[in-house]
Design a protein around this ligand. Structure first.
Ligand SMILES: Cc1cc2nc3c(=O)[nH]c(=O)nc-3n(C[C@H](O)[C@H](O)[C@H](O)COP(=O)(O)O)c2cc1C
Ligand SMILES: O=C(O)C(=O)c1ccccc1
Length: 383
């Protein structure tokens, strides 16, 4: 089945009076999510750092590139399949690590993992998840694990061991959020989910972390929270510490949050396998450059040594096309699938992923290309 078939499916259902349950316009889906969610939860997801300048820059950077369609080519049958770290996936897309998903839907990461598994796209499970590594692994799809790197090596090793045992094959290490940035939307509501006990399922179920506590989690949750927060938040790691991860993780390691070519080169020198060019969806350094503007220089510098992934600001299949053209091997999708989750749990996430991949498939064909590998910067023009 082609991803573009989702378009026919929707039209054909309409002939028998079945109205689509979700909008194909993902901005409308966000508005619907906003109507359903508590303001604290909505703004936690929708919001960004500071004045929102980098969040807007992420979008404006996409708008500055335009696709140049080519005609009369043999592109009716297309192939979106993509190899990443020696494994073939159906499309150049993964679900970005998003913590605390139970703030938008009670099934949280369980719903997301089932939707991802059914489509075969990788889900990157956050360390700040509302369900454990083991629970999420019950959906038998491709699983990657995102580490918020604790400042306690034994806890770190325990998390890696649990991830490995539960079949997470790729480790994503997020570097840009070693402490939370200034986020006015959340500050004004004094809303920080993990201080309220959400997004702690992984540490609270960890035997080594639990052994650090004076009293069991069940008797003193607040003390456990206060033990965890400074363990993963507030202090940065340094390049020399990466060897701990390299020595204790057999599979691919991907550094997330890279925006400078020298950091990308350094990742390759440190024996890493990939980078995610990302500014965390504009949620960290307000005033930072658009992530898309960092992509082509990084891909040119290290594309032959590392798998270059991309996120921040992807809102459509056409955006995925542009990121691939600028050098990404695949993109991570962030907020849009949270709007799907808020509206319809597993089914809503499925809708968002299918919509983006259908549009990518159609855009690829209509622009005159058959596979993601056919794309390079020459297929775009500056607006
Ligand atoms: C509500 C929310 C929670 C997030 N939690 C995490 C996280 O736990 N770990 C992580 O590496 N990135 C996290 N991110 C960042 C995403 O992985 C991704 O980089 C970002 O959402 C991409 O930008 P976009 O939302 O504009 O697509 C989070 C983003 C959002 C919106
Ligand atoms: O909010 C975020 O962007 C994020 O990365 C995060 C960090 C800690 C807990 C939950 C989410």
């Amino acid at each position: 089945m082609a991803f573009s078939d989702y378009q026919y499916e929707i039209y054909l259902n309409g002939l028998t009076g079945q109205h689509p349950p979700y909008s194909a316009d993902l901005a409308e889906l966000e508005r619907a999510a906003r109507r359903r969610l508590d303001p604290g939860a909505y703004w936690y997801v929708a919001g960004s750092a500071g004045t929102g300048a980098t969040d807007r820059a992420n979008r404006e950077a996409f708008d500055r590139w335009r696709i140049v369609p080519r005609m009369l080519r043999d592109v009716s049958v297309r192939d979106l399949s993509t190899e990443l770290f020696g494994r073939t996936y159906p499309a150049p897309l993964a679900l970005a690590p998003v913590g605390v998903q139970s703030i938008v839907h009670p099934q949280g990461e369980l719903a997301t993992s089932r939707a991802a598994a059914a489509l075969g796209v990788p889900m990157v499970l956050s360390t700040a998840a509302s369900h454990t590594l083991e629970e999420v692994a019950e959906a038998d799809g491709p699983r990657w694990y995102q580490l918020y790197w604790p400042h306690d090596d034994e806890v770190t090793l325990s998390l890696l061991e649990r991830a490995r045992k539960s079949g997470y094959d790729t480790l994503v290490v997020t570097l840009d959020t070693w402490t939370l940035a200034w986020r006015p939307n959340d500050l004004d509501r004094a809303y920080l989910p993990f201080l309220r006990g959400t997004g702690l399922a992984i540490p609270l179920s960890d035997p080594v972390f639990r052994s650090r506590l004076a009293r069991p989690v069940e008797e003193d949750l607040d003390a456990a929270i206060m033990q965890w927060v400074p363990m993963f938040n507030g202090r940065a790691h340094t390049w020399d510490q990466l060897s701990l991860l390299r020595d204790n993780w057999d599979g691919p390691i991907v550094l997330k949050g890279i925006q400078h070519v020298d950091d990308a080169r350094r990742a390759a020198d440190a024996g890493m396998d990939g980078v995610v060019v990302s500014n965390h969806g504009g949620r960290q350094v307000d005033g930072a450059l658009a992530s898309l503007d960092a992509l082509a220089p990084v891909a040119e510098a290290v594309g032959d040594r590392l798998t270059v992934l991309f996120d921040s600001g992807v809102r459509s299949g056409a955006d995925v096309f542009k990121a691939l053209a600028l050098g990404a091997r695949a993109v991570l999708l962030g907020r849009p699938y949270m709007w799907g989750l808020a509206n319809g749990g597993q089914d809503g996430v499925r809708h968002v992923v299918r919509s983006i991949l259908a549009e990518l498939d159609l855009t690829l064909g209509l622009a005159g290309f058959r596979t993601p590998a056919d794309l390079d910067p020459s297929v775009l023009e500056r607006a």
